[in-house]
Write a protein that binds this ligand. Structure first.
Ligand SMILES: [Zn+2]
Length: 143
């Protein structure tokens, strides 16, 4: 444990949260620390802080990870289904595939994306992986 983590733990007035609890809270769009506040103000827009416990959420940026994991999971669900239908469905025409897999892919992605984003943010928080503070605009900090 680093000195920074010890200081963070000493300043933290909340009960410690284990990895899976934080991940579950994030999956359901709740604050990973208190589970009372919401992570998102709209579909995927993160709040700047938790309204219940004032946890600052801005340093925890998920970036492209939720999209990557969502594509990975949706692909691993849909592609085997496409192959099964192609093999055991007497090779249906392409419009049947389009009618089946496009709506399923979109629905799965829309369902999973906010949940995975919440889980990624919770994972970043529980591991204390925060983005660096924005630059001050000065090139030389000693100047
Ligand atoms: Zn909170």
């Amino acid at each position: 444990m680093t000195v920074g983590r010890i200081l963070n733990a000493m300043n933290d007035q909340h009960a410690p949260v284990d990895f899976w609890t934080a991940l579950t809270r994030g999956w359901f769009g709740r604050c990973p620390r208190c589970a009372k506040g919401r992570l998102f103000s709209s579909f995927l827009k993160m709040k700047s802080h938790c309204e219940a416990c004032e946890l600052g959420l801005e340093p925890y940026r998920a970036d492209d990870a939720p999209a990557y994991f969502t594509i990975f999971i949706v692909g691993h669900i849909v592609v085997p289904l496409v192959l099964v239908v192609e093999k055991y469905g007497n090779e249906p025409p392409l419009w049947v595939h389009a009618l089946l897999w496009l709506p399923l892919s979109v629905a799965l992605a829309l369902y999973l994306l906010p949940r995975i984003k919440g889980a990624v943010i919770a994972l970043l928080w529980v591991q204390r992986i925060a983005a660096p503070k924005p630059a001050t605009g000065r090139l030389d900090p000693s100047a």
